[in-house]
Design a protein around this ligand. Sequence first.
Ligand SMILES: [Ca+2]
Ligand SMILES: [Ca+2]
Ligand SMILES: [Ca+2]
Ligand SMILES: [Ca+2]
Length: 276
Amino acid sequence: MNALRFSPSLTAFVAALAFPATAQVNTFTDIRAGVPDLARPAVAWGDYDGDGDLDLVLTGEAHGDKLTLIYRNDAGDFTDISAILVGVQNGAVAWGDFDNDGDLDLVASGEADSGAVTRVYRNNAGSFAQAASLTGLSAGSAAWGDYDNDGDLDLLVTGLTSASAAGVAATRLYRNDGGVFTSVAHPFPNCCTGAVVWGDYDKDGKLDLLLAGNATGVGDILRIYRNNNVTANTASNAPTNLGVNVLGTSVDSSWSAASDAQKWELIGIDPKQLTM
Ligand SMILES: [Ca+2]
Ligand SMILES: [Ca+2]
Ligand SMILES: [Ca+2]
Ligand SMILES: [Ca+2]
């Protein structure tokens, strides 16, 4: 007499086909981070202290106060570092290492008690000092990007020139020359209440721009602008002077940073601190 015999694994496989597992339930837990609830906020993650975990900057209004606060992440506990920053609401914040020293600096724009502001802050070993005060804009967006491929982060900011009814939409492109920001000509419409994002969509080594928002005389827009500048970013050479030092269960690695014609470098990592 013939009989079909199934191995346990085949039986389980057939059962799985007949009775698919219940869809996984995704769960998230409110960690009660202890940060304030804010109206008209803007927030951004960034590892400003370079310890490998994401810290937080937030802006907005709470109990009548306009706030810009940086919270340091210590193993999941968030602590206000009491940075001296202009408090804003209806703002925009973005981390970016504009001075190429390996740590994240900050731009904050929005509506302050004094009116619309845009401030760039330099990160000095975890404390923040104002490095530039640019055309004040609120209800807009801000994004760092090296659009001219000279190796430093430039800045695009949109928004209203005033929080009052007299405010008009503006778009400012700032070229970064050694930490000095110069407003330069550009083809973008004056825009507010939107978003700006740099990205090299056509992979030609030049950052293009996505601009969305409410444009003066046009209305709501979402446009992609191809970057036609001459200089493209070229690939870096390989790092040199590779070194390895074994100490017990640790391995310290070191190298000389790579570079290329556009001065891109491997930044944000202190070779002496890369321990595995
Ligand atoms: Ca951190
Ligand atoms: Ca920096
Ligand atoms: Ca640049
Ligand atoms: Ca491009």
